[in-house]
Design a protein around this ligand. Structure first.
Ligand code: HEC
Ligand code: HEC
Ligand code: HEC
Ligand code: HEC
Ligand code: HEC
Ligand code: HEC
Ligand code: HEC
Length: 307
């Protein structure tokens, strides 16, 4: 009883007085600590080396190992993936995933960037590789995905299927039935930088394979066997760049030279690599190397006119 009376009588008043006096004081101290910690964390994260920032969490360090052997080993992670504020949303999501348990084994082997991340990241390449980016922007490779996937004439002749995305729109998420209904395809590049380049690799010339959702070094790509319409094999250049181009600029299933999108040089130019003539990211051919060796220039015109 005595206890209750004491407590009952005094505590409310005491609490009331202490609360009035210390709340602003504690709030100021807490805020000061918060701001200092925030600035400290920001500086550490924004200006620290990968070892002190990103790598802290990437336990298996697979991406870092491959980055450290790549031509970009002196480029900081954040110059590509974005700094603290640029990638705030991504960083928060990763922090949550890190705490709730991410599948690191998967992270090491799978191309994990989302469609949006690819779009943002490829825009950052231009900061350091202006010439290449400007040339690419002039080429057909920079056309929006809608040019390929929403061409009514082409779609009437060849029904759009998942396979189309292999060569244009490889980073679009979903399958053709969901993608066909999207109305933002005019703002998605059909063939961005990372279609032909992989950053976390010793060898940056790699073709993104949508089927495997990872990139394959150009030198390891298969080269289709090409024959003339009367069945004679056509000699092809085995160099890595030719393999890369020919995987998209490909012939029909029978491998007939000039069929479908094939541009294999024949005749006097047999055996030459595409990049012997098509140099630079605008893909313009050097006219001094000879006239168009492609037997099928006419087929492009046919297709353009809808046949
Ligand atoms: C708090 C721990 C943590 C830190 C710090 C961290 N990451 Fe990650 N990161 C993760 C986790 C967890 C994932 C896997 C997310 C998932 O499974 O989707 C991830 C995934 C990624 C991916 C794959 C794409 C994605 O968003 O899922 C990239 C790229 C990446 N991190 C880059 C970075 C960079 C660059 C930094 C430094 C600025 C960084 N990370 C710092 C935990 C972290
Ligand atoms: C030159 C730009 C660039 C730099 C620098 C860079 N990345 Fe990446 N990163 C990419 C691209 C592009 C991808 C998509 C896969 C690829 O191209 O290798 C990627 C993919 C990733 C992934 C997904 C898994 C994978 O390896 O494919 C993680 C995680 C990642 N980066 C983390 C980092 C970290 C950590 C650093 C710094 C140690 C870093 N990146 C430096 C451009 C870069
Ligand atoms: C912060 C600047 C920076 C950014 C961003 C950047 N790079 Fe680089 N890149 C470099 C540097 C530095 C080199 C090394 C140049 C050298 O070795 O001469 C390089 C080299 C390369 C090479 C040539 C490698 C070789 O064979 O020598 C390719 C291809 C490349 N970058 C593509 C890309 C792509 C694609 C992106 C965007 C995903 C990108 N880079 C983003 C700075 C950057
Ligand atoms: C990922 C698939 C893909 C790869 C790899 C590829 N191309 Fe293309 N290329 C295309 C598509 C699709 C077009 C059609 C663009 C259009 O309609 O304008 C095209 C267009 C072209 C054109 C026509 C000119 C232009 O700018 O439209 C040339 C020339 C060309 N590519 C050369 C090459 C060379 C050389 C390589 C190898 C270094 C290559 N391409 C690699 C898909 C690819
Ligand atoms: C093996 C790779 C590949 C596949 C698969 C593919 N294409 Fe293409 N597509 C190309 C190439 C390469 C060109 C450029 C041809 C040229 O200019 O010689 C092209 C050109 C086009 C064009 C002409 C664009 C323009 O600028 O006029 C359209 C439209 C198109 N493709 C739609 C499709 C559709 C729809 C599918 C699926 C039914 C498809 N493609 C499947 C590689 C491919
Ligand atoms: C259609 C395929 C393709 C696309 C798309 C592409 N590149 Fe390339 N890139 C190449 C080829 C082929 C080379 C020559 C590779 C070599 O020398 O081994 C190259 C080389 C480079 C180099 C090295 C240049 C040098 O002088 O050594 C840089 C940097 C580069 N690309 C940046 C980019 C950037 C940035 C983008 C996007 C704006 C891009 N590339 C898009 C095919 C492509
Ligand atoms: C001997 C030099 C040479 C070689 C090798 C070569 N090309 Fe061409 N290519 C040209 C010339 C020149 C043109 C321009 C023809 C024209 O405008 O009609 C051209 C045109 C093209 C076009 C059409 C451009 C358009 O707007 O109509 C494409 C696509 C193409 N080449 C792709 C390739 C591919 C893919 C390879 C490798 C398999 C290749 N070329 C090999 C010289 C060459």
């Amino acid at each position: 009883m005595r206890f209750r009376a004491l407590v009952g009588a005094r505590v409310p008043r005491a609490r009331g007085r202490a609360g009035r006096a210390s709340l602003p004081f504690f709030a100021i101290i807490a805020a000061a600590f918060g701001v200092a910690a925030g600035i400290g964390a920001f500086c550490r994260f924004e200006y620290g080396s990968p070892e002190k920032t990103c790598i802290l969490c990437h336990e298996i360090r697979g991406s870092r190992e491959r980055w450290s052997k790549s031509p970009h080993r002196n480029v900081n992670c954040k110059d590509c993936h974005g700094g603290t504020f640029e990638a705030l949303g991504d960083n928060v999501k990763r922090g949550i995933k890190h705490v709730t348990g991410a599948d690191y084994a998967k992270l090491d082997s799978v191309f994990c960037l989302s469609e949006r991340q690819v779009e943002v990241l490829c825009a950052r390449c231009a900061k350091c590789h202006r010439a290449e980016a400007e040339q690419w922007a002039r080429s057909g490779h920079c056309k929006p995905a809608s040019v390929f996937l929403k061409d009514e004439t082409h779609n009437a002749a060849w029904k759009p299927a998942d396979n189309c995305l292999r060569c244009h729109g490889m980073f679009l998420e979903g399958d053709m039935s969901s993608i066909a209904g999207r109305n933002d395809l005019a703002s998605r590049r059909a063939i961005p930088c990372t279609a032909c380049h992989r950053m976390h690799a010793e060898e940056p010339l790699q073709l993104f394979s949508r089927n495997e959702w990872t990139s394959v070094p150009a030198a390891d790509l298969c080269l289709q066997k090409i024959v003339t319409p009367d069945g004679h094999p056509v000699k092809r250049s085995l160099d890595a760049q030719n393999r890369l181009c020919a995987n998209c600029h490909a012939a029909n299933a029978e491998g007939i030279a000039g069929s479908s999108d094939d541009r294999t040089p024949t005749g006097a130019q047999e055996g030459m690599s595409c990049t012997d003539c098509h140099k630079g990211h605008d893909m313009k051919a050097d006219p001094s190397r000879g006239r168009c060796p492609h037997p099928q220039s006419a087929s492009r015109r046919r297709r353009s006119s809808g046949m």
